[in-house]
Design a protein around this ligand. Structure first.
Ligand code: MLT
Ligand code: MN
Ligand code: ZN
Length: 296
């Protein structure tokens, strides 16, 4: 299994267009690497590819990834696109894929309903793009030979569908993780997750690779830095550090390789030289970076 991290950033990316925080300015000056928004590409043979999440930065991500270039006059090696929730950073890139190109679009029925509820996505011509609803916990071929399974993780509805009260640890079809299995190797991709319950640790036990929600280092970092009013948990993202954070939760987990993805621009893990990055690395984590390739 070959996995390319197309975008290791969270919604907004690094730098974010309207943010002048230390990290965003450091990314603008080239002092730390920039991050585009949340997406990975997966292939078994290097010929047929699946995208997991379609970010608003998809056009640039494709341009930066020769493996995803057209092989002929018209066409694309992208056969499948799977989205793990209805957030803008995971679906807006679908609009980039609108040029009468065939692929299958996989999501849970609830996420398909969100897409169907927005007529802008009819830009994906149904003569070419087949929308495939996938039930939770059922195995399906994301590509020939690549089995995938969607499973509910604690999360919430997309920001733009939030009502007066928001349940942030909802378990259902709105926020899912993806398990990928091929040739005896198992990877899990979970870019959004509000808590790490024991059953999730059990589910992930034995995985060869985990790509997990690294949105915020500290639950209150956006408030503390004057960048926002919400905690990570309120946004449906468990923090990396602190009580109940993912560093502690996964400390004893039997997982091969572990990588943080979906990093917000406020997160000190975006700086390869920060003490927080060294702490995460000492705990066995790698920090996802745009263009990173993983071979399983
Ligand atoms: C998130 O992951 O919390 C969302 O991408 C937020 C957003 O839509 O901006
Ligand atoms: Mn996001
Ligand atoms: Zn910023």
């Amino acid at each position: 299994m070959r996995i390319v991290i197309l975008g290791a950033g969270a919604g907004g990316g690094l730098p974010q267009w309207n943010c002048g925080c230390g990290n965003c300015n450091a990314a603008r000056s080239g002092a730390i690497p920039s991050m585009t928004q949340s997406s990975i590409a997966v292939s078994l043979d290097g010929e047929a590819w699946a995208l997991i999440n379609a970010s608003p930065d998809l056009r640039g991500q494709l341009q930066a990834t020769p493996a995803l270039y057209p092989r002929g006059l018209r066409g694309s090696p992208i056969r499948s696109v799977l989205v793990t929730n209805g957030d803008i950073d995971h679906v807006a890139g679908l609009l980039t894929l609108r040029e009468s190109q065939s692929f299958d679009l996989f999501a849970t029925p609830a996420i398909h309903d969100v897409l169907a509820g927005n007529p802008v996505f009819t830009a994906l011509n149904p003569d070419f793009v087949t929308r495939k609803p996938i039930a939770l916990d059922e195995s399906f071929p994301l590509l020939p030979g690549l089995e995938a399974r969607l499973f509910a993780v604690p999360g919430k509805v997309p920001l733009y569908l939030e009502g007066e009260t928001v349940q942030t640890d909802l378990l259902g079809e709105n926020t899912v993780g993806v398990e990928l299995t091929a040739a005896g190797k198992r990877a899990a991709y979970i870019p959004g997750c509000a808590t790490v319950p024991d059953w999730l640790l059990d589910r992930l036990a034995g995985a060869d690779l985990l790509m997990f929600d690294g949105t915020l280092w500290a639950d209150d970092e956006m408030i503390r830095e004057g960048l926002g009013k919400k905690t990570g948990r309120r946004m449906g993202h468990v923090p990396v550090s602190g009580e109940g954070g993912s560093l502690t939760a996964f400390a004893q987990a039997a997982i091969g390789r572990r990588l943080y993805v979906h990093l917000n621009n406020s997160n000190p893990l975006t700086d390869p030289a920060s003490s927080e990055t060294h702490r995460a690395e000492a705990a066995g984590w790698q920090i996802g970076r745009d263009g990173m390739e993983i071979q399983l």
